[in-house]
Design a protein. Structure first.
Length: 501
């Protein structure tokens, strides 16, 4: 029936959900892009259609009803369900949150990096721990069901079922399915369990890192061969997920412990994992020490021009010379090219001994990451790279300081679907270095906020700002600015603050 789905484009399901565009399907289901009204807002979504079973249609609707009551930041939201008729066919429909892409679309072109795989695994573990604690099993962990909206990873929720329910195979054998649930397995053992999700997760993990599913050692020996080239801790995790005896597989709690470089606790059959921020590899101490502990604020302007110049040189030089020690880096992108943690920098004794001055932030962030933001590498002004420290004060013109101004603002280009995910205010602070002509030469994230997507959008927009440079003694000088971006569902605002000189 898959060849007939596309001809339904333009029809309306249940009198309220237009089938705008056919997105894909199989003999047993189809997915279309749709939209619906929520109050005065028009929201984009997807609608899944399946033939209405003659016997257990209400059972499937009850499954979707229970799944809709679940709520997790990494779980696709369900909006509506019911029965409808399209093209003379009796169908069940489910309206769901739309996603921009899925992992199955990425893997044909490239494997995930270890950093990307860690982030993916951590998010999926969070979802599975939540589902298992509620008595549910996902049942279909595979790349096509791991999706992304901007930088937010989402796992499908249309196939959830209660633990212990019998598994159905409408599409035949599943390459990601656990061996105890295979069609040829004993009928009495085909019950959904958390252990079956763990097996599917192990298969998916191997594929994301190698672009291939693990194969059996021989045709008769069904034990899977996990590629020994997988980096740790993924090799250890995959081997403990792909154990044929479900009682011997690791639970999501044990997998999470290994992912965080901790020794897994003994097997626990009723796992409960608390929701947490995505784990990242621990940052070396040198990386944290190689940047000042806090920004410098509130320097007064002395009466005499000579003191002004000395203070400007003292304040500006450590900051600019610090940036000169860092290498430039390309901006991060979406799931197709997620950010890779920067290589730790070597810190000299002089850098470690450089004095820093902490200050209290001017604004309290409403939403913050659970860990300090990772600074992006930046480059120093080309003009300052050619100057020696001893000559800096002599090269600055004498006279009073006239503060700079913003000449051109550029607001970030934010997708409507991403803006609709905001609750409250998302705050991102970008620091920019400005040359003597008022052009941004470099930009770095000072505070990335809770979303990589909005942090990247702010960083890209900041690079296109223009300024009227500060003036000392009749000539423009180098400057640094803080741009505080505030994203809400209604729009984006920016508060610029000149920091140096």
């Amino acid at each position: 029936m898959s060849h007939a789905w596309k001809q339904w484009e333009g029809q309306v399901a249940n009198g309220e959900f237009p089938l705008l565009r056919y997105l894909g399907g199989s003999e047993h289901s189809a997915v279309f892009l749709t939209e619906f009204h929520e109050g005065e807002r028009l929201l984009k979504a997807v609608i899944k259609l399946i033939p209405a079973p003659q016997e257990n249609g209400e059972f499937q609707l009850s499954r979707w009803r229970l799944a809709a009551e679940l709520s997790h930041p990494h779980l696709i939201s369900l909006f509506g369900r019911g029965r409808c008729e399209v093209g003379g066919k009796q169908l069940l429909y489910l309206v769901m949150e739309s996603a921009e892409e899925n992992l199955a679309q990425v893997l044909p072109s490239r494997a995930l990096t270890p950093a990307e795989a860690r982030e993916m695994l951590d998010s999926v573990l969070d979802v599975l721990a939540y589902l298992h604690s509620k008595g549910f099993v996902h049942g279909h962990i595979k790349p096509i069901n791991i999706m992304a909206n901007g930088d937010q990873l989402k796992v499908s929720s249309d196939g959830l079922c209660r633990a212990g329910e019998s598994l159905e195979h409408p599409g035949g054998p599943d390459a990601y399915g656990a061996p105890e649930n295979a069609p040829e397995a004993i009928a009495g053992s085909k019950a959904m369990s958390p252990a079956s999700d763990v097996w599917s997760l192990g298969m998916t993990l191997v594929e994301t890192l190698t672009q291939s599913l693990p194969a059996a050692r021989t045709a008769k020996q069904q034990e899977l061969l996990v590629p020994p080239t997988l980096p740790e801790p993924f090799l250890d995790i995959a081997r403990h997920c792909l154990v044929r005896d479900p009682q011997e597989r690791w639970t999501v709690v044990q997998i999470a412990a290994r992912l965080q470089e901790r020794t897994p606790a003994p097997q626990v059959r009723a796992p409960m994992l608390q929701s947490r921020a995505p784990a990242r590899p621990p940052q070396p101490t040198a990386t944290r020490l190689s940047r000042p502990l806090a920004k410098r604020h509130g320097y007064g302007i002395p009466v005499t021009a000579g003191v002004v110049l000395v203070l400007v040189a003292i304040v500006a030089w450590p900051r600019l010379s610090h940036r000169h020690s860092e290498a430039p880096s390309a901006p991060a992108v979406a799931l197709e090219q997620p950010p890779v943690p920067p290589v730790p920098k070597q810190v000299t004794q002089a850098q470690l001994e450089r004095p820093t001055k902490a200050s209290t932030p001017d604004v309290i962030e409403e939403e913050q990451d659970s860990e300090a933001p990772t600074p992006l590498p930046t480059s120093v002004h080309p003009e300052t790279a050619r100057e020696e420290p001893t000559n800096r004060v002599a090269k600055l013109p004498a006279g009073a300081v006239i503060r700079g101004e913003v000449a051109q603002q550029v607001l970030p280009d934010v997708l409507e679907s991403a803006r609709n995910t905001i609750r409250g205010t998302v705050k991102v602070t970008v620091n920019v270095d400005v040359d003597r002509s008022g052009n941004v030469e470099d930009a770095q994230l000072e505070s990335s906020g809770p979303s990589k997507y909005f942090a990247r959008a702010a960083l890209q927009a900041a690079q296109h700002w223009k300024f009227k440079p500060p003036n000392i003694g009749g000539g423009g000088v180098l400057s640094s600015w803080n741009l505080r971006f505030k994203f809400t569902r209604d729009g984006t605002t920016v508060i610029p603050t000149q920091e140096l000189p």
